[in-house]
Write a protein that binds this ligand. Sequence first.
Ligand SMILES: [Zn+2]
Length: 213
Amino acid sequence: MDISNIPDTKRITVPGGYGKSILADRGQYIAVVDLEGGQCGDFWALDINDLNHFLSPMHSWIHTGTIQPQAGDELVTNRREPVLTIIADDVGWHDMLAPACDRQRYERYYGVTDHRNCCDNFREAMSGRDWGNRHIPQPFNLFMNTFVEPDGKMIIRNPISKPGDKIIFRAERDLVIIVSACPMDLNPVGGEGITDLKIILANSPEAILTDLT
Ligand SMILES: [Zn+2]
């Protein structure tokens, strides 16, 4: 398939440590690609017609019965409405537990001021969309490698994603998607280094797969 003739196929590079947004219409497909592997991507999906209505990892694990949803699973919003369906997933292991990193995370736990962070990346990506000072929703942390031990301890290890690994969603409503290539370089969240992610928006999963070959 020659995707150069598909006008709605878009590609955005999310530079390591920064955030970007893209609009997706209902029925379109969104891929997030870990270009070099080992990079966490904080991911949000907000209803473009009501920014207080968004993908909720907590509601989604109740809906699916798992904190590790798989291809075919439907994710829901904070109002329990369908928002995204996972179409394909090369890694199959992400994080639905951690909040987005923010200035306080770096200051209080690591003594680092003015560190880039996913909350500021969200605000930058949403500038011009009247987000204001609203609370930033819980992200779906793509490629982040957390798990909970039997005694309840939460462990963070280096991501297991390999170069080119991706997850593909179908939009179940009209959305603004925000992806932050998490700048956390002080613990295993970011693996061996902070690197770029890529967002691909297309009208079919085949167009995304062709784009990557
Ligand atoms: Zn982060």
